[in-house]
Design a protein around this ligand. Sequence first.
Ligand SMILES: Cc1ncc(C[n+]2csc(CCOP(=O)(O)OP(=O)(O)O)c2C)c(N)n1
Length: 313
Amino acid sequence: MHLSELTHPNQLHGLSIQQLKQIALQIREKHLETVATYGGHLGPGLGVVELTLGLYQTLDLDRDKVIWDVGHQAYPHKLITGRYNNFSTLRQKSGVAGYLKRCESQFDHFGAGHASTSISAGLGMALARDLKGEKFKVVSVIGDGALTGGMALEAINHAGHMPKTNLLVVLNDNEMSISPNVGAIPRYLNKIRLSPPMQFLTDNLEEQVKNLPFVGGTLPPEITRIKEGMKRLAVPKVGAVFEELGFTYMGPIDGHNLEELIATFHLAHQHPGPVLVHVATVKGKGYAIAEQDQVGYHAQSPLQSGNWQGHAL
Ligand SMILES: Cc1ncc(C[n+]2csc(CCOP(=O)(O)OP(=O)(O)O)c2C)c(N)n1
């Protein structure tokens, strides 16, 4: 399937990882070509291509609602929700808006521009859903920069107080606001990212034990028990602050690995209450010069030549 044939995000259902990777490549090409010609936000959108595809494959977008914070990273979302054909009108008079716009698409549930609004908006929709006895998923996607804003913290305070309200927060952590993200929250996120995921520690233990000459390929039950015990001991340390605030924390996961994203989102949807999936992404992913100069390529004016090619994807 070519990106131009993807007019409804539910068409992503059933696509293989290989097909999703092809769509990801085509999104990046269209994104780069359009911003090179007309200007716009570059790095933020390039960083969430896999996050968007992986998330949308696990949702029914005729019912479920995704709320993007700020909206400057939502070009991939726009390209798979029916705006591919007129994407060359981006940010021009009467053209496709540079942010989300409710009157532009049934898939734009909240128009922002302001940072730090998505959890608050998502929680409001989730609470209204429950009051009306409706059933659909609500997902707020927020950047680590926007997470430092007061309104986001206010919403976390509220969501953590509502253990029966299903709400998924996807934290798109690329370590950048417009410039490098600074302060106590980014320092904490950095600490989480640097701590080896518990799965890795325990899997590694399993491998090491299996390699012992007297153990061989099968793991004795005592070792399996120790491994499970270690997991229980260590899990609260990863994402403990979010857990203490009432969220189930999952992550950190690789935001460019579609298999990992899809598996984690499926798991997150099964958990009741507020859940936070921590996704580590690279701003500008796939366009070498934007990955290297993340501040300069947050947003771009049109290039004189409109030509971004020659830089490896
Ligand atoms: C209330 C408010 N303050 C500041 C801004 C300027 N601003 C635009 S995007 C952004 C944060 C970008 O960082 P992040 O949320 O991590 O998203 P990323 O660009 O890294 O994907 C900020 C502070 C804004 N849009 N709204």
